[in-house]
Design a protein around this ligand. Structure first.
Ligand code: MN3
Length: 208
């Protein structure tokens, strides 16, 4: 069994100007594709039982060699990341907007806290909005990690590896994050994950 290289859910230039077509082409066509290829090469020599991508990530996390976990988890994280973005996204509306206001004070305060978490992450990784118990929380994870292993339900994520922003924003990670928060967040995806998470503590992401 192999894992799939999923297409982007929008055209390559759909997230301009904050995320250029050049960045998306390299990020999806080189980095994401590379994680799929690495995971599938490692799976060819593995007898690990698994039934879907999330299951594979969980199983690989228990192996002494982190190589398969790193590649498979990066695939899961990237699939979740592409769906966390959309052209014409943000600000939040509806029930999740009320939750953001109640728990962070305002959407502006949420954006500042999210940006601070992204900038404060040393090195490469991911910044997430998660459902933790019955509260919303911002959390950052290094390298290929996600909050799934901590029992939290991811609602939205931004990739803060340099490959996600360096072509468009150079070293200005905060500018990239603020741009995404202002224009590109897919709050419908977050709302769907919140509703599902409340029911079963697992996100709307498919298992494929
Ligand atoms: Mn990436």
């Amino acid at each position: 069994m192999t894992i799939r290289f999923t297409p982007l859910p929008y055209p390559g230039d759909a997230l301009e100007p904050c995320i250029s077509a050049r960045t998306l082409e390299a990020h999806h066509g080189h980095h994401h594709a590379g994680y799929v290829a690495t995971a599938n090469a490692l799976l060819a020599d593995s007898s690990l039982p698994w039934t879907g991508l999330a299951d594979l990530v969980d199983a690989a996390a228990l192996l002494p060699d982190p190589a398969l976990f790193n590649a498979a988890s990066q695939v899961w994280n990237h699939e979740f990341y592409w769906r966390s973005l959309r052209p014409g996204g943000g600000p939040a509306r509806g029930e999740i907007a009320a939750r953001i206001d109640a728990e962070f004070g305002s959407q502006a305060a949420f954006s500042e806290a999210f940006t601070a978490a992204a900038v404060g992450l040393f090195g490469s990784g991911w910044t997430w909005l998660v459902l933790a118990g019955d509260r919303l929380r911002i959390t950052a994870t290094p390298d290929a990690h996600s909050p799934r292993g901590a029992g939290e339900v991811p609602l939205l994520v931004l990739d803060v590896w340099e490959h996600a922003y360096y072509l468009d924003h150079a070293y200005r990670r905060a500018d990239s994050v603020r741009g995404c928060l202002e224009k590109l967040m897919n709050w419908e995806f977050a709302s769907a994950n919140l509703a599902l998470g409340r029911r079963c503590q697992s996100p709307a992401q498919g298992d494929g």
